[in-house]
Structures are given as C-alpha cells and as structure tokens.
Design a binder for this molecule. Structure first.
Ligand code: COI
Length: 360
C-alpha cells in the first residue's frame, strides 16, 4: 500500500506567501514556512490523502482522541544552509526510524521511512529560501503524528493525521552557545523505566512543565532529571541529553528505556570516539558529579540535542546549593564538538559518517 502512496502538491498563489523574518528576529518555533506536508491514516486505507499544501489550520473535532488520551508523537530535525549556499539535512532517516519506534510503543501506525525522506527533501527544496544562512540559524522541521478519530473509549484510535511543519530558527536557549544554568530536580520525575521516556511523545513534555516553571522562577534555564526510583542517577534534560567530562573521559547515562535516544547524542559519542576520546555510557549518580566538581576532576558539562545543538552548562543547582562548573565557562570539548558538528552539518568538512543528505 505504501508503494502506491500518491503525493500531490497543492500550489499556493504567490500573493499568499509570507514575509520571511529577519535573521535577528527568528527566535525558536514562532515563524512558519508557507508549505507543510499532511497525510491521513485509516485502518481501511492505510496512509492516504498525502499532500504538500499551504501551512494552514486543518479541521479536527473536539472528540479527537489525541485531546483525551494523548496519542501524539513528534520528531525534531534541521535543514542547514552551508557551503556554497547548499542545503543539507542531518540524518533524516534516523528521525523517521525513531518516530516509527515510538509509534509501535504508542499503538500508532508507522510511516514509510524512505518515502518520508523523499517527501522531506521535496518540501525543503520547495521552501529552500526559508533556510536561513545566519550563524547558528537553521530550518527546524517538526514531523508530528496525532490520533484524530472522534471517540471516547480508551483504545488505540483508528484514524491518524501525520504532518510536517517547518520553522526558521535561531538558538533554542536565550543564552545561545553560552553556558546555561541547570536545576537538578530531586522532587519531580520525568519518566520511569518501562514507561514512555524513550518516546518523543507530547505527554513527556507536558509532565516537565511544572518543574521547569519552578526552575525558571529561580533563574535556571532547564531541569536536569534524575531517575524516578531513587532520585540518584542522572537521566536527561528533557530538551537534550547530558554529558560530563570527568578526568578526560566523557560520561553519559545509558539508554535504559527512560531516556530519549538522541540523534545528536549518538553523533557526539561517535565523533568523540573517532577523535580517540573515551566515552562511557554508564549510570552516573548526581553525587559523583558533585564530588567530581568538588575535587576538580569534573572538567565540563554539556547537553546535546537537535534544538539545543551543543549546550554548555555553567552551573548546576542541587539541593539548595549552586555548583559552578568549569568557572562558568564553555569547555573545550563542547566547543570543538559544536564547531565540528556544525561543519559536518553544513558541508564545510568531510562527512566520514555519511550523516548529511543534500537537498536539491
Ligand atoms: C529537539 O531537540 O528537536 C526537541 O524536540 C527538543 C524540544 C524543542 C522539544
């Protein structure tokens, strides 16, 4: 059925095209391109009504199951403007594969990966003028699937919508590439093992908001979550995975089911190992981090994510005490990763891992 999925292009009149924002007005996820992709899935027809169409509201009823039982999954990836003005996608197949893994866990239909990569390439090519070329800016891409069947029984829906929207963005954090301040939560949890912490599902983000607001009030940009059982082991930041450089080794929590398998996390592990840096994926207790900061062996901390890219951490607040990391400065490994990852993503250097996909 997927092989004969027909995709139409519904061209919009030129006068309906939006004005593109100036490079210093991008923000994150507040401006949207002219076009989007949309398709439906039903038990009878599988994926159908696939179209590239104007980015606009679509009808959905108040009984749609996504509003009641939260079947919603999404992805985040970026298109970058790079060498000679060319446009590149970074590991798009991995995003659709991860979406499909999440779809299985959430009892939702899988999307045809190769078809979606091709759709995305066409969509980004059509909207290539929206890919900003300012330093640190990119076109953020948000594939999303929601349950659309109007019904109130608790069961998997029989109708789904899948769409891809795109937004020209600057830095995710107001700090840009400068170190962020992070609040370590020993009170609330993000996810439990056996739950859906490793799925990019909307509810995980909803569950994080209350603690994030409390942290913001105290002047912290993000929350570092600990394991839900003991509040002892480090998990992730919610918008990014986390890395510690201790005695010249990188340490990051393992993917045990409650942490999102970040594509940037995987890229960073691969690049660091390629450089000869030792990387340990192992449980790391927050006490070990604080002790290493105290005895000077903690050299740097940084987050990794599509939106956040490489995000250095300058301060950890834990149990009422502020711990300044690396004098509040960006560490050398974070800086090198940021530079080299961007160079790969934008086609300015060799891509030994074959991660980039050129558009057009
Ligand atoms: C991403 O990094 O793409 C994310 O989805 C994180 C956040 C913006 C929700």
């Amino acid at each position: 059925m997927w092989d004969d999925l027909e995709i139409t292009l519904q061209k919009m009149p030129a006068e309906k095209r939006k004005q593109k924002p100036a490079a210093d007005q991008l923000g994150f996820g507040v401006h949207f391109t002219d076009y989007m992709f949309f398709m439906k899935w039903s038990k009878e027809q599988g994926w159908h009504e696939a179209r590239i169409t104007a980015h606009e509201d679509f009808p959905i009823g108040p009984a749609a199951m996504v509003f009641h039982y939260g079947q919603a999954i999404f992805e985040g990836l970026k298109a970058y403007r790079g060498k000679d003005g060319q446009v590149f996608l970074f590991r798009p197949r991995d995003n659709f594969e991860r979406l499909n893994a999440g779809a299985v866990r959430m009892c939702m239909p899988r999307v045809p990966v190769e078809k979606m990569v091709n759709v995305l390439k066409s969509l980004v090519y059509l909207e290539r003028d929206w890919v900003p070329d300012a330093e640190g800016a990119s076109l953020y891409i948000r594939p999303t699937m929601i349950a659309a069947e109007p019904a109130l029984g608790v069961r998997p829906a029989g109708l789904y919508y899948f769409f891809i929207i795109m937004s020209p963005v600057g830095a995710y954090y107001p700090e840009g590439f400068n170190p962020t301040k992070i609040y370590v939560s020993d009170q609330y949890s993000r996810a439990v093992k056996g739950g859906v912490g490793d799925v990019k599902t909307a509810g995980n983000y909803a569950a994080s908001l209350h603690m994030s607001q409390l942290a913001k009030k105290e002047g912290y940009t993000q929350v570092l979550w600990l394991d839900a059982c003991e509040h002892r082991y480090v998990e992730e930041v919610g918008t990014s995975n986390i890395f510690f450089r201790i005695s010249d080794r990188l340490v990051t929590p393992p993917l045990g089911g409650s942490i999102l398998g970040g594509i940037t996390r995987h890229a960073v592990i691969t690049m660091a190992r390629h450089w000869g840096v030792e990387v340990e994926e192992r449980p790391i207790a927050i006490d070990e981090v604080i002790a290493a900061n105290g005895d000077g062996t903690l050299q740097e901390v940084f987050g990794t994510g599509t939106a956040a890219v490489i995000s250095p951490v300058g301060e950890l607040f834990y149990k009422g005490v502020s711990h300044v990391v690396n004098g509040g400065r960006t560490g050398e490994v974070a800086a090198r990763l940021y530079e080299e990852l961007q160079a790969i993503q934008r086609g300015y250097c060799d891509d030994p891992f074959k991660w980039t996909v050129r558009v057009g």
